[in-house]
Write a protein that binds this ligand. Structure first.
Ligand code: CP
Length: 311
């Protein structure tokens, strides 16, 4: 019986898994500095994106190339795969299983990666499923926090913006639930609050969380300010979007209220919620964060291929 290692959601990662992954990502940093290696020569990754992406798709593709492998796929699977002819996701995945060794998939529907994994004969990596989860983003976020502070235990983290549809904050919450004495502030407009099931999971895992709509009262006390975009494309109406947009801006005025050792993260892309004047401040860690995505994704591809044997 074939064993497959999929990456479907952040809850699958325990503390030991995270520490192993971070160590592997650190090793990947060295490999990239030496120009990559050929450990997955002859292996093929399918990059199957039904939603737009810059960072996730290109960092995964770069990661596979850095490991000596090749990439096939489509950046617009909704239009340029046979989905447009009515092919089911399950049939598409069955076919791709015969052509490659690992699938990286972004889809519009919550749970799509789990559906894919049920029929796949090769590992599936969830690169974002609608407003559900984005586990590989959360892994690179946690890796960034660990690199910047040397630890995650004991940190105070504010997650700001669209917490309802923001799949990265759902996954990051689940990852942070592995650590001790973490304090999370969920800061959002009323119509995009953190989902109850995420809060319940944090409670069950003993993580102290507070909800507020007041960024100014929290900004001066946290270690990490994790800003997110209000995702216009996910709102049911323009009216609902208008209620949520423009409320929280990280600008030089907010930086003045923050500690000198606080870092600002953002999964990106941004749409005005961090002003460009912030970019030159050493506390702006979001571009360093995006680079870390390459190392984490190299480590994940390596794990998926090496731990999925028996083809
Ligand atoms: N953070 C992130 O998922 O970015 P992309 O949508 O560009 O992949």
């Amino acid at each position: 019986m074939k064993q497959l290692y999929h990456v479907l959601g952040a809850k699958q990662f325990g503390k030991a898994d995270l520490e192993d992954l971070f160590e592997a990502a650190r090793a990947m940093e060295g490999i990239v500095a030496r120009g990559g290696d050929r450990r997955h020569e002859g292996r093929i990754m399918t990059s199957l994106f039904f939603e737009a992406s810059t960072r996730t798709r290109l960092s995964f593709e770069s990661a596979m190339h850095r490991l000596g492998g090749s990439v096939i796929g489509t950046e617009n699977a909704a239009q340029f795969s046979s989905a447009i002819k009515g092919e089911t996701l399950e049939d598409t995945i069955r076919i791709i299983s015969g052509y490659s060794d690992v699938i990286v998939m972004r889809h519009t529907d919550i749970g799509a990666a789990k559906r894919a994994a049920k029929v796949a004969d090769i590992p599936v990596i969830n690169a974002g499923d609608g407003a559900g989860e984005h586990p590989t983003q959360a892994l690179l976020d946690a890796y960034t926090i660990k690199k910047e502070f040397g630890r995650i235990d004991g940190l105070k983290i504010a997650m700001v913006g669209d917490l309802a549809y923001g799949r990265t904050v759902h996954s990051l919450s689940y990852i942070l639930a592995n650590y001790q004495d973490v304090m999370i502030y969920y800061i959002s407009p009323d119509n995009v609050k953190i989902p109850i099931d995420v809060k319940r999971y944090m409670d069950e895992n003993g993580i102290h969380c507070e909800e507020t709509d007041d960024l100014n009262s929290v900004a001066g006390s946290v270690d990490v300010l994790y800003q997110t975009r209000i995702q216009k494309e996910r709102f049911p109406s323009a009216e609902e979007y208008e209620k949520a947009s423009g409320r929280y801006i990280v600008d030089s005025e907010l930086l003045d209220r923050m500690r000198s050792d606080t870092i600002v993260l953002h999964p990106l892309p941004r749409a005005g919620e961090i002003t460009e004047e912030v970019d030159s401040d050493p506390r702006a860690a979001y571009f360093r964060q995006a680079v870390n995505g390459l190392y984490i994704r190299m480590a994940l591809i390596d794990k998926c291929i090496t731990e999925s044997q028996g083809k």
